[in-house]
Ligand binder design. Structure first.
Ligand code: C5P
Length: 238
């Protein structure tokens, strides 16, 4: 546990300034929360499992030409990242109807969404992360039309890359959440890509390998997270 004061403390990660003004240190903690922090627990290995996943996916995306904030992972639970000016939006891409989409709208869980659906929430815990639309994003001065276009294009490209990747490993990428930031005018992927931020279903059995295991007490959540990493990372020893 670091004695330094974090620049920012989220529900599952702490962010610290490094010696380099352009870089930050992100520590993935073992905290697990759901329903906007109402449900809260700690699980051994959780931080390093999600940091491992984030490194893995950000490297994969970088190889395919997507800019991310990832620089390196000096410790199992720690990433060094580029400092971004974070955009307060949660960009959600859905390939299959699940979660809040089936709760809010008359659509059956499991319905395939083709083309995929991009929906954006305004990131604000106190307001319960309300859904936002393009006009409200412009009215609030969060992004201009060109920047929002770049965010949506990046989100769909990331969806293509990750969907194809997971499919090869027998996993369905149901939906996921991304957060972007700006650095020198460019739109860059920030935050994390982990089992906390995606819904992953086994293609054969429909079993969940993600935070829904915790949200809805479907079994041992760390076993589910470990199974994703064991499937996709050669030699992942846990
Ligand atoms: O809850 P909902 O169905 O809207 O979530 C869509 C996807 O975005 C899920 O994969 C969920 O884990 C992720 N998400 C997230 N952080 C949030 C809201 C959603 O990672 N604050």
């Amino acid at each position: 546990m670091s004695m330094e004061t974090p620049l920012y403390e989220g529900k599952a990660k702490s962010v610290y300034q490094t010696q380099n003004p352009d870089e930050l240190r992100v520590v993935f903690r073992n905290d697990m929360t759901a329903f906007n922090g109402v449900k809260h627990d700690q699980f051994e290995n959780k931080g390093r499992f999600n940091a491992t996943a984030s490194e893995f996916f950000m490297r994969l995306l970088e190889e395919k030409g997507v800019s991310t904030h990832f620089i390196n992972r000096p410790d199992p639970d720690t990433m060094i990242v580029k400092k971004l000016q974070m955009i307060p939006l949660e960009v959600i891409v859905r390939n299959v109807a699940a979660g809040s989409m089936v709760k809010k709208y008359p659509i059956q869980e499991g319905t395939v969404l083709n083309p995929p659906v991009v929906a954006i929430d305004y990131k604000d815990d106190e307001r319960g992360d309300p859904m936002i639309n393009d006009e409200i994003i412009f009215a609030l001065g969060i992004l201009n039309p060109e920047e929002l276009g770049a965010v949506k294009k990046a989100a769909l490209r990331i969806n293509e890359i990750l969907s194809v990747f997971f499919d090869e490993y027998g996993i369905r990428l149901v939906d996921f959440k991304l957060e972007f930031g700006k650095a020198k005018g460019a739109i860059i992927l920030g935050d994390e890509i982990s089992m906390d931020s995606m819904r992953l279903w086994d293609k054969r059995t429909g079993e969940s390998f993600d935070k829904d295991v915790y949200r809805f007490e479907k079994g041992d959540v760390m076993t589910a997270y470990r199974r994703v990493l064991e499937r996709i990372i050669p030699g992942f020893g846990g």
